[in-house]
Design a protein around this ligand. Structure first.
Ligand code: ATP
Ligand code: MG
Length: 257
């Protein structure tokens, strides 16, 4: 479980103070899929960075599975907002990288990587370099890399943001299936409210900066969910309208700045 208690984050840069987050408290239960939405700059990536332990709160505290997060959190897999595949490594070698860093021997790491590339439907592309892959295929490699050392918790920052609408659905379905199969805890940041509702058990709406929790909504759509059709369900539309009425004013405020 991830327990975020009264977390605030303030950045000091070039004589300017930016309050990114203010008094954020929430719990992500073990096995839950929680999606975060909110206007640009409201501190979503900052929050994931702090759960991953690569940044720390100015006030408040974060606990993960009962331990205070202090320093890099090795119990999470983190897919950051920018694609982090190494261009000089093949798809397979990118997937084995976190395993090598965890001290797994090369043969075992390669066996695991080929299993994972199969899971994300890239079995034939182990030897390809990132530049030889489409945007969607690169995201699949990043997904395989994220799953490589089998962390119990996944942090994903707008993982499908740059994909076209159709490919996005395919990737969402793959993530939903992997998650249903493995029961991993997921903290997922997105700008796409429909994506948040389709995937999550709970959606959290942030206000504009400083980011505060404006709404938390349990998503009571049954599982497994079909990403290609779930958005046509009446319940989905009700949830969408309710959450959009919370999110839209925050986005509008941002436009006025
Ligand atoms: N290392 C840093 N130094 C100074 N300011 C920072 C730093 N990281 C983030 N910020 C500021 O904190 C605020 C929140 O940034 P963050 O990246 O968390 O927003 P976000 O919600 O992820 O936005 P987006 O949706 O555009 O990705 C922004 O105003 C940003 O400029
Ligand atoms: Mg961000």
């Amino acid at each position: 479980m991830i327990a975020i208690e009264h977390v605030g984050k303030r950045f000091q840069a070039r004589g300017r103070t930016v309050v990114a987050l203010d008094d954020v408290s929430l719990e992500v239960e073990a096995g839950a899929f929680v999606a975060f939405v909110g206007p640009s700059g409201c501190g979503k990536s900052t929050l994931l960075n702090m759960i991953a332990g690569i940044d720390s709160p100015t006030t408040g505290s974060i606990r993960h599975d009962g331990r205070a997060v202090a320093g890099v959190n090795r119990h999470v897999g983190y897919m950051t907002q920018t694609d982090s595949l190494l261009p000089w490594r093949t798809a397979e070698a990118n997937v084995t990288l976190p395993l090598e860093l965890h001290g797994m021997d090369r043969t075992a790491a390669r066996a695991r990587a080929s299993e994972l590339l199969e899971t994300v439907n890239l079995a034939g592309f182990a030897r390809a370099f990132p530049i030889e892959l489409s945007g969607g295929m690169r995201k699949r490699v990043a997904l395989a890399q994220l799953l490589a050392y089998d962390p119990g918790t996944l942090l994903m920052d707008e993982p499908f943001g740059a994909l076209d609408a159709q490919l996005k659905l395919v990737m969402q379905q793959e993530l939903a299936n992997i998650r249903d199969r493995t029961g991993k805890t997921v903290a997922f940041v997105t700008h796409d409210l429909a994506e948040a509702i389709a995937l999550a058990d709970k959606v959290i709406v942030f206000s504009g900066r400083p980011g505060r929790i404006k709404a938390m909504r349990d998503i009571d759509l049954p599982r497994p969910r079909d990403m290609f059709t779930v958005r046509f369900e009446r319940r989905f539309q009700e949830l969408y309208e309710e959450l959009w009425s919370m999110l839209a004013p925050e986005i509008r405020k941002g436009e006025a700045l």
